[in-house]
Design a protein around this ligand. Structure first.
Ligand code: BG6
Length: 506
């Protein structure tokens, strides 16, 4: 047997209990690209529950064997190692399929029968993890259907959990409404809202760096830090997701979720413990402290952009308005730079500068903490090649690692000083990082909600971005075009005009 006991590399103490994984949207893109390969990878790590049933639900008419074949193909297309494929093949996973509409009660009646069969014949012990991998418009119907069929109630000793993908609402109001829909059926501790950034090893490493070392935390505040930059830059354009992206833009696609999650980990106070609620309590406190953007200030602290045609790695690429599913006069931003302030004792007067964009010149996600200048440089001017304030860079991707820059004497005489990097690369670890979706699936099966977003975090994140949504809708913020393959509109460089505001060039 390949599966179980649980891989200590994945997690020594937590246990993913036997369960049925019910994937709504089982024939969709996300399931094929992320979920099924994640199952194979977990199998390869021996981290899957002892008994697992995969129950797919979608509209396509097909049978259990068809779904099994799709899962095999998705895994075959995605797995990195033959071992993963072999481990998955060797697994005794029961694959079942239920065809039906999300708003048809008989879909859930059939699902209920199939789940009972899984319990009886496959030992899934009444545990269910419902995974919403559909378009968000279907979330209310599915949750309602699951609720009406009595499939959310937890008989003693079992769990019924709901994993929900982003986007979680499209503004503050719709997110609040969606939370009401979920809570009519599931309690908050049954709900696992995904932000796949939280499942990235290097995002979690922010916590390790801050709270497992004594050398960083004493400097991690307004006394020493001048400003913080958070960059999420992508080379990719909108690919085949033009229709979705038209409704989202960079604000909803990246800032409301991934960027604010990273910001909360960088800025939070030490949690009482690393359990789910203490960590999320501290994150939400930070989000609550983010100063609301003043509509009258917005043109000074926010820059919107959209990519036009350009060149990426020597290849011509089309502009956003020429992408499939995008309006030829689209006003959607593919780039956003903004400045946020956190009103608390630790961060008062330390700007958090955020930028994100598609079709930028390289792919890089990082957090850069810029320290203050030394108060006085007791060196002759001729001694200084290029002494810059210290920076700690947390490189989240692609070159995962940490870099600290500091001044050092240039060898030889006369006396000269230059800024040099001290570099740690994650490649130094021999252990392999699990993919974000492996982590998400394992943690949800193990019932650990630390890396999932709580209701109050969602509310606070929407509260922060709602003034921007209002301004975008009112057309009060101009949209600047930038050529694909550049670092975004020039206006963002001029956005902040004091020395605090020089962007680091990644
Ligand atoms: C997704 C966005 O949430 O994150 C995509 O919808 C984006 O538009 C992606 O490309 C970026 O994720 P990663 O893991 O590649 O940084």
């Amino acid at each position: 047997m390949i599966h179980g006991p649980y891989d200590p590399a994945m997690d020594g103490e937590r246990v993913a209990l036997s369960a049925a994984l019910v994937v709504f949207g089982a024939t969709g893109d996300l399931a094929a690209r992320k979920l099924y390969p994640a199952l194979a990878a977990l199998a390869g790590r021996r981290a899957l529950p002892h008994r697992l049933a995969l129950v797919g639900v979608a509209r396509t008419e097909m049978d259990d064997e068809d779904l099994r074949e799709r899962v095999r193909k998705a895994i075959f297309d995605a797995v990195k190692t033959p071992e993963e494929m072999a481990a998955f093949e060797a697994l005794d996973i029961c694959v079942r399929y239920v065809a039906g509409d999300a708003d048809d009660p008989t879909t859930y009646e059939r699902l209920s029968e199939v789940l009972d069969e899984c319990d009886q014949r496959h030992g899934t012990a009444g545990n269910r993890l419902y995974y919403l991998s559909t378009i968000p418009q279907l979330f209310p119907a599915i949750v309602g259907g699951v609720g009406s069929a009595g499939l959310a109630e937890e008989p003693p000793g079992t769990f019924r959990r709901l994993v929900i993908e982003k986007p979680f609402g499209h503004d503050l109001h719709s997110a609040t409404e969606l939370n009401k829909v979920l809570h009519a059926v599931f309690a908050e501790n049954q709900i696992f809202r995904i932000d796949h950034y939280l499942a990235k090893e290097t995002v979690q490493n922010i916590l390790a760096l801050r709270f497992a070392n004594s050398i960083f935390e004493p400097l991690w505040n307004r006394r020493y830090i001048d400003h913080v930059e958070i960059t999420v830059a992508e080379q990719l354009g909108v690919e085949h997701r033009g229709t979705f992206y038209e409704q989202a833009g960079a604000l909803r696609d990246i800032v409301q979720n991934h960027v604010l999650q990273v910001l909360s980990l960088v800025a939070m106070e030490p949690p009482a413990s690393f359990a789910a609620d203490p960590v999320r309590d501290e994150k939400v406190k930070v989000l609550r402290s983010v100063r609301p953007l003043d509509p009258n200030e917005m043109t000074r602290v926010v820059v919107r952009g959209q990519y036009g045609p350009g060149e990426i790695d020597g290849e011509r690429v089309r502009g956003y308005r020429d992408e499939d599913g995008v309006a030829s006069d689209s006003n959607t931003e593919t780039y956003l730079a903004l400045r946020l302030e956190i009103d608390n004792w630790r961060w008062s007067d330390v700007p958090f500068l955020i930028r994100t964009g598609k079709r930028l010149s390289s792919r890089v996600t990082e957090v850069a903490l810029h320290y203050k200048r030394v108060p006085f440089l007791p060196l002759p001017r001729t001694a200084i090649d290029s002494v810059e304030p210290n920076i700690t860079v947390l490189r989240i991707q692609p070159e995962e690692g940490i870099e600290v820059s500091f001044a050092a004497k240039v060898p030889g005489s006369p006396f000269r000083v230059r800024t040099v990097p001290l570099d740690f690369s994650y490649r130094g670890f021999t252990e392999q990082s699990p993919e974000a979706y492996e982590r998400v699936l394992f943690d949800a099966l193990a019932g650990d909600a630390t890396l999932f977003i709580r209701e109050d975090e969602v509310d606070q994140a929407w509260r922060i971005v709602q003034p921007l949504i209002n301004a975008f809708d009112a057309g009060t913020l101009p949209l600047h075009l930038y050529p694909a393959g550049t670092w975004g509109p020039d206006e963002s460089n001029a956005l902040f005009d004091d020395p605090k505001d020089q962007w680091r060039k990644p």
